[in-house]
Design a protein around this ligand. Structure first.
Ligand SMILES: C[S@@+](CC[C@H](N)C(=O)[O-])C[C@H]1O[C@@H](n2cnc3c(N)ncnc32)[C@H](O)[C@@H]1O
Length: 211
């Protein structure tokens, strides 16, 4: 659910019988379809739909496993989790950010925007607990590209953090990079490491002790 460009769907396709990849963005589904054509993958069906939709109406159907990777949105995570759980026959997997996730907080703040951290994984684990779900948890570190050939390349690499960045915001981030980038062996880098971890939580439906 909320599959994006197929980060999970494409690598999984070769290991399962079929996949239904759902996203509300046609652009994302087009990317999934492009990867399928490029990789001669014919067991991934794309479906345009939203978390908020009635999934029976969307005909998402039921699946051995349902997955929401980095895609739980909004304030009502419980209802999203209920939808995933209902659509799964065997197991559900969700992944959420630990702490600030992939954001570089000082760099983000340099734009002048207030950083809204969103919910830590513990928030979601508590919801699962309250739902009577005893989820497994594992953590996956994500490595970030942290060396660039130029300041502009460094800037372009950070753009994903800013939806609809204005010229003024961009100037402030550029100034931040100018102030902080250091040259190491011919390439530019920030003087601090960016730690990013994702929490993976999963549960098997028929193995819940106290549901
Ligand atoms: C951070 S991306 C994660 C994509 C992919 N699952 C991954 O792990 O790389 C979040 C995705 O959620 C989708 N999305 C956001 N709001 C949505 C909604 N209300 N219903 C369905 N998809 C949504 C976006 O289009 C985007 O592809």
């Amino acid at each position: 659910m909320a599959c994006g460009g197929g980060t999970i769907a494409i690598p999984l396709a070769g290991r399962v019988k079929s996949i239904t990849a759902v996203d509300f963005s046609q652009q994302m589904l087009d990317i999934v379809n492009w990867w399928c054509r490029a990789g001669h993958i014919d067991n991934v069906k794309t479906l345009k739909g939203r978390w908020e939709d009635d999934w029976d109406h969307l005909e998402i159907g039921s699946h051995d496993v349902t997955i929401a990777s980095r895609s739980l949105i909004g304030d009502d995570a419980k209802s999203l989790i209920q939808k995933l759980d209902k659509a799964a026959r065997e197991a559900v997997y969700i992944s959420v950010a630990v702490g600030a996730g992939p954001f570089d907080k000082p760099l983000f703040a340099s734009s002048g925007r207030k950083f809204n951290m969103g919910q830590d994984y513990v928030h979601y684990y508590n919801i699962l607990y309250e739902m009577g779900i005893q989820a497994n948890v594992a953590f996956i570190p994500e490595r970030h590209r942290s060396q660039w050939d130029s300041l502009e390349e460094a800037l372009n690499d950070q753009r994903w953090m800013f939806h609809g960045i204005t010229e003024e915001e961009e100037d402030r981030v550029r100034a931040y990079l100018k102030r902080h980038l250091i040259k190491v062996m011919g390439r530019w880098r920030l003087p601090y490491a960016r730690q990013c971890r994702w929490a993976i939580m999963w549960w098997q439906k028929d193995r819940q002790a106290n549901r």
